[in-house]
Design a protein around this ligand. Structure first.
Ligand code: JFZ
Length: 481
């Protein structure tokens, strides 16, 4: 009898566990405690700066189709959609131009490392459907077409440089013959509006394919730190579009520490107020992902208590275009990084390498300048928290708590005070100490009840941003004058 009871109880436990394991509306994230989540997010929150790489078949086309420029601005990784090519025509034109040279990935990884990036996220598959790994479930992949595994080349090069690595993976697929694009009016598709060329599509089969490729990517390349899904629409998202909870759970089984973005969904609870790149809400239930993804813009006041990452291009396209010359200045790029850190977010800055994997000269130069600035001022970015100030007339601020209860404010001066006095609106009991981060030189400080004045001199040490460290007792008390 006792034996029977034990057997029955065990059976019950096994059954309930397996039912729970397959209940797709209860993702495994529901069982993670806030402390576990903080532990998992820690490296990402400290990193603050990552490199994004958009690279695939479109890169060789370089914004040109049949000899003509498609556009001078905008995302040329969408070129297939822009020229409305079916997948065979696109592949025929693009494949001969996609010729990755040996060692290209080492250049990327060294460049990212040297720029001060702590992680690199690259396109394992973009909307065109071409996978950069050696996939057993597709013929439209680097393994079949080039006899190479480009994902392995890239991730190995990154690991060698000590970078964390993320996979951008498009759930939209313009190649797969079962991807049922008519199910969404909002998602892009090159032959949008036209009936399926192959009569009927079984989207369920596409979902299986999507899950199978994700499984390959999570199984065969060692540690993967981030998955950057892209993207969903208000009319096609989540469970119905991608079986998202199961997809996320399977990924977490293979990579328990992985961090995922929110783009398998498009609902307010998942950080989206609608379509468009600016439709961001200030909420994210962790079951939909770990961070929200403002695209090409920086939220005006940051997003308190939320993990967020602004992704941005250096010109206006993600994938390489030979026609896009609208490059952002080094000053703009560095100040964006500072602005984002001062609001508690991450900056994922994009490069679009050419068809041979080489990086545009303009990007190389800017990344070098960012790296030079980060080598001196990195302490004011890595591991910092959002500014205690709503606004500062002369620049930005980030902060870090120091052992012994002190707080270090990193003051990023964009507009140098013409009288050589930098005003910091905080109330202090004790006069804080100030230093220039670049050379460690101590600066004279006076304080009264409402403000601290730092004597910074007339000469501007760094036109882009000079960082001054201000150490205060306890937490800074902002004065509202
Ligand atoms: C997506 C991609 O389409 C794009 O090519 C690039 O990879 C970028 C990082 O992510 O961009 C989007 C995403 C959402 C919308 C538009 C572009 N949207 O909601 O309109």
């Amino acid at each position: 009898m006792i034996k029977r009871c034990i057997v029955l109880t065990l059976l019950f436990i096994v059954l309930t566990l397996s039912i729970r394991g397959h209940a797709s509306d209860k993702p495994s994230s529901a069982t993670e405690s806030p402390q576990q989540r903080d532990g998992r997010m820690q490296w990402w929150r400290n990193a603050r700066f990552g490199m994004f790489v958009h690279w695939g078949l479109y890169s060789g086309l370089a914004g040109t189709w049949e000899g003509k420029p498609v556009a001078t601005q905008g995302g040329m990784e969408w070129i297939q959609q822009r020229v409305k090519a079916d997948t065979a025509t696109y592949a025929k034109n693009a494949i001969p131009l996609f010729k990755p040279k040996e060692g290209f990935a080492t250049q990327w990884a060294q460049m990212a490392k040297n720029a001060g990036c702590r992680y690199l996220v690259f396109t394992t598959k973009h909307h065109d459907g071409f996978a950069l790994h050696d996939s057993k479930v597709s013929e439209f992949d680097a393994g079949s077409v080039l006899n190479r595994d480009l994902v392995k080349e890239i991730i190995d090069a990154c690991h060698k440089e000590g970078l964390r690595v993320g996979f951008y993976h498009s759930v939209i697929d313009w190649h797969h013959d079962q991807y049922a694009y008519l199910l969404s009016k909002e998602l892009p598709y090159p032959l949008k509006g036209q009936p399926y060329p192959n009569d009927h599509r079984d989207h369920e089969k596409y979902i299986q394919f999507l899950h199978a490729q994700a499984n390959e990517l999570m199984s065969n390349y060692g540690q993967v730190d981030v998955v950057w899904w892209d993207y969903s629409s208000t009319d096609f998202q989540g469970e119905r579009a991608w079986k998202s909870f199961e997809l996320m759970d399977r990924v977490k089984e293979k990579q328990p520490h992985i961090i995922m973005n929110n783009r398998l969904f498009r609902i307010p609870e998942a950080g989206f107020s609608g379509m468009g790149t600016h439709a961001v809400t200030d909420q994210l239930d962790p079951k939909y992902g770990d961070f929200i993804t403002p695209e090409q813009h920086i939220p005006a006041t940051g997003l308190p208590d939320l993990d967020w990452e602004t992704c941005m291009t250096m010109n206006t396209t993600w994938g390489f275009s030979e026609h896009d010359h609208a490059w952002k200045s080094d000053e703009k790029l560095i100040r964006n990084l500072i602005d984002i850190a001062s609001k508690g977010g991450n900056y994922l800055l994009n490069i679009g390498p050419k068809g041979d994997g080489s990086v545009p000269e303009e990007s190389i130069k800017s990344l070098q300048v960012i790296g030079d600035w980060m080598k001196i001022n990195g302490a004011s970015i890595y591991g910092t928290k959002a500014s205690p100030f709503e606004k500062l007339s002369w620049g930005r601020c980030s902060q870090k708590s120091l052992p012994g209860g002190k707080t270090r404010l990193y003051l990023h001066v964009f507009d140098w005070p013409s009288d050589g006095k930098l005003i910091v609106p905080i109330m202090t009991q004790k006069v804080p100490t100030a230093r220039r981060l670049a050379d460690g030189d101590t600066l004279r400080v006076v304080s009264n009840k409402e403000r601290v004045t730092i004597f910074v001199g007339d000469a501007i040490p760094d036109k882009i941003a000079t960082v001054i460290e201000l150490d205060v007792e306890g937490l800074p008390e902002v004065s509202h004058q």
